[in-house]
Design a binder for this molecule. Structure first.
Ligand code: GLY
Length: 404
């Protein structure tokens, strides 16, 4: 049974009564920082209770859900703590961010799925950027080496998932690549910068080029999964795993595409990636099923819109990506739309009341409806990208590039 979706009317009413001045610069940023401090301290207490370090991923049935370090979302809480440090300058957050980052040390050697990029770059990558901690560069290079073991030269891509176990083994795939994998490329580009070894950037560029060629439809919506023959490179199938249908536009997939190609442009200065990001942004922002408050339904083609769950995580990723896109293009529309998303997410329709939601900041995200997993709940990556978007917004308002 699907949870009842938030109606657009309710969300709009919340915008009116929120008391947050969405168009007045710093106010919404400072309000969100103060709120995030209260919420994140609560979550931190739960995750460090009993002197252990646990990784919070969600809050469901009244309990914080913790995941093992090998879960694809394991880097986001450490990253959230780094962003709290960046937003507040308070060493308290850096100290805890470091603890949660170093709890992921073994993950640099993880080779059985592609998300080592997310996991290590959100944690160690942010720690390196903000504190230049000894040894963190080597961890990022090792993670890039681990990720590179998944490169399939004949197809020119990084294989996302293994197909010898779990639900992925039941789909008949040989070498599935998901659009999300664009998010794992940044650590490869960085590893080349850190080590001088061009192999990493070469793999990332090849993967981005193949994704550009094979993942998009003529309207610039993205397939979720493209299955390749790893021996010949032939595309065997285009389909979905987490979306409504093979031919639908799963919202978080579109968000990953927008963000991933924008970041690929930052790392390469190759204009075709910027053009792709702008085309994806055009698809997202002009879609007739995009709600007025710009928080998408979980799939743009979900069958029961408007009675479908929204996905705040997609909204947060889109906002953060659009701020960066604004930085590269100077086009005000991207900044205005990102501001609108941040405004929507800052209202009580999506932002939890202080002391509730297990300490997570945002409510109403969707993990995977086809898997019956994490539907209409808080998710740690929604909070991570929300805070990242606030940092980018603050940088822009200070006249700085959104991504430094
Ligand atoms: N990368 C997995 C997801 O977006 O759910």
């Amino acid at each position: 049974m699907r949870p009842k979706a938030i109606s657009i009317a309710a969300a709009s009413a919340a915008v009116l009564v929120s008391g947050i001045f969405c168009s007045s610069g710093n106010n919404i940023i400072s309000d969100n920082i103060a709120n995030a401090e209260i919420q994140t301290r609560l979550l931190l207490e739960a995750s460090e209770a009993g002197d252990t370090i646990r990784i919070p991923s969600s809050f469901q049935k009244g309990e914080v859900v913790f995941v093992p370090a090998s879960d694809w979302v394991s880097g986001f809480f450490a990253g959230t703590l780094w962003y709290m440090y960046e937003l507040t300058g308070d060493e308290f957050w850096a100290e805890h961010a470091r603890k949660h980052t170093e709890a992921l040390e073994d993950i640099q050697y993880l080779t059985w799925h592609h998300d080592v990029g997310f996991m290590i770059y959100d944690s160690y990558g942010n720690g390196l950027r903000l504190k230049n901690i000894d040894g963190y560069k080597d961890v990022c290079i090792n993670a890039a080496k681990s990720l590179s073991t998944r490169f399939r030269p004949a197809a020119g891509i990084l294989q996302s998932w293994n197909v010898d176990g779990g639900w992925q083994s039941e789909r008949g795939w040989k070498c599935p690549v998901i659009i999300d994998n664009m998010m794992n490329l940044e650590i490869l580009f960085k590893a080349t910068e850190f080590s001088g070894d061009q192999t990493f950037a070469g793999i990332a560029t090849s993967h981005a080029d193949k994704t550009l060629k094979n993942h998009f439809r003529p309207d610039w919506s993205s397939y979720h999964v493209v299955d390749y023959d790893p021996e010949t490179g032939e595309v065997l199938k285009k389909c979905t795993a987490q979306g409504y249908a093979d031919e639908s536009a799963w919202s978080r997939g579109q968000a990953w595409a927008l963000y991933g190609f924008t970041a690929a442009y930052r790392c390469t200065a190759d204009k075709k990636y910027l053009d792709a990001a702008e085309n994806v942004a055009g698809f997202i922002l002009s879609h007739p099923n995009m709600p007025e408050d710009l928080v998408p339904y979980w799939d743009f083609n979900a069958p029961d819109i408007p009675d479908e769950p929204r996905d705040a995580s997609s909204a947060a990723i889109i906002a953060s990506g659009l701020y960066e896109l604004y930085g590269h293009t100077g086009k005000d529309i991207y900044r205005e739309k990102a501001d609108k998303i941040i405004c929507s997410l800052s209202t009580p329709a999506y932002r939890a009341a202080q002391g509730t939601n297990g300490g997570f900041i945002l409510m109403h995200s969707v993990g995977s409806i086809p898997h019956g997993n994490s539907i209409d709940v808080p998710l740690n990556y929604a909070d991570y990208y929300f805070l990242e978007a606030l940092i980018r917004k603050r940088n822009i308002e200070a006249g700085l590039p959104p991504v430094e």
